[in-house]
Write a protein that binds this ligand. Structure first.
Ligand SMILES: Nc1ncnc2c1ncn2[C@@H]1O[C@H](COP(=O)(O)OP(=O)(O)OP(=O)(O)O)[C@@H](O)[C@H]1O
Length: 314
């Protein structure tokens, strides 16, 4: 697959903060690349440089053969973006806004009208399609913003947290549409915190932490080292503390949720240990699952709380 987006050595500083530190990244035609990272990891800064809203201090961005740093306007014509904040569409309905963007991007009116209907149906938005924007919910506005990015083919579509505010049923429909978009040959750069959901839709994942790319691989490649491991998740009773069994590795805790990796061959022993904690009133519920991308992510960057503490200590 040919790369649509090629990023090399991308570096961006804001005073003492290095928001992107020599980042290399490729996204090929037909590929969904998930860009993961905690708050402040540098994801939006990277996206802003791809679409020419910020100028790198060093490095290159090539989009569809165009030097995006030297020619941001030409790069922007090749990319559609669903930004983290929705573009206001006050005074319009979702259908009008989606149509308008498609036509502004040079689509034939009949084709754009058909594609608009297709997207509205696929995301179960037909009931809201002709409702004035000021009367639609945040989730419907978010889905409308996705349709505006997907209505007319571009080489690259950037989606920054597209599932925010979207209900669980429509979120599934949205993931299907994101996949379908890539299947038409578009390169999709998907910025998200939601590791669990992204796992179903992405071909590859890049993990950013404090501006540095820590990993870049397929979900299977990222989880390969965890084969033979399970994850135990505990919901602790308020104020409870626990001592993990000796087989537990990489214990992590965020408020009342605690997790650890355990070898698959110790599953029976770990279940018996967890059941005893439930009987003792320390644990409300527990689950033992195959090791996931979320485990890889937490293993690489640590828990959100730990990272926030590191940042605040600087
Ligand atoms: N315009 C700016 N001026 C100063 N610092 C900035 C600016 N934009 C971003 N930063 C800093 O750069 C770092 C990366 O921010 P960025 O918004 O790219 O992170 P992010 O991964 O997109 O976070 P989130 O998931 O919260 O959107 C942060 O430390 C942030 O405070």
């Amino acid at each position: 697959m040919s790369p649509v987006l090629t990023i090399r050595g991308l570096t961006k500083r804001f005073g003492r903060v290095v928001a992107n530190d020599r980042v290399d990244l490729d996204v090929a035609a037909g590929e969904v690349l998930g860009l993961l990272g905690h708050n402040g990891a540098g994801k939006t800064t990277l996206v802003n440089q791809v679409i020419g809203l910020a100028r790198p201090d060093a490095g290159s961005v090539t989009l569809d053969g165009v030097d995006a740093v030297a020619h941001p306007h030409r790069a922007r014509q090749r990319a559609a973006v669903q930004a983290q904040a929705n573009v206001p569409i006050t005074g319009m309905t979702p259908r009008v806004a989606i149509n308008l963007v498609g036509r502004m991007r040079g689509g034939r009116p009949a084709r754009i009208a058909d594609r608009t209907d297709e997207l509205l149906d696929a995301l179960d938005l037909a009931a809201w399609a002709d409702t004035p924007a000021q009367k639609i919910s945040g989730g419907i506005a978010r889905l409308t913003a996705f349709c505006m990015a997907a209505v007319h083919p571009t080489s690259l579509v950037v989606l920054d947290e597209p599932t925010n505010d979207v209900d669980p049923v429509r979120r599934r429909l949205l993931w299907t549409q994101i996949r379908a978009l890539a299947d038409t040959g578009t390169a999709v750069l998907l910025v998200t915190h939601n590791v669990r959901e992204a796992e179903r839709a992405v071909d590859r994942l890049a993990i950013l932490d404090n501006g540095v790319k820590l990993a870049d691989d397929t979900p299977a490649g990222l989880t390969a080292d965890l084969r033979g491991w399970l994850t135990i998740e505990l919901d602790l009773t308020s104020g409870a503390s626990i001592d993990w069994p000796p087989v537990a590795h990489r214990p992590d805790r965020a408020r009342s949720r605690a997790t650890a990796a355990v070898p698959a061959e110790s599953a029976a022993e770990v279940v018996a240990w967890a059941q005893q904690r439930v009987a003792d009133g320390l644990v409300e519920r527990y689950a033992l699952t195959p090791a996931s991308l979320e485990d890889v992510y937490i293993g690489l960057v640590g828990s959100a709380e730990a990272t926030t503490m590191q940042r605040e200590a600087k």
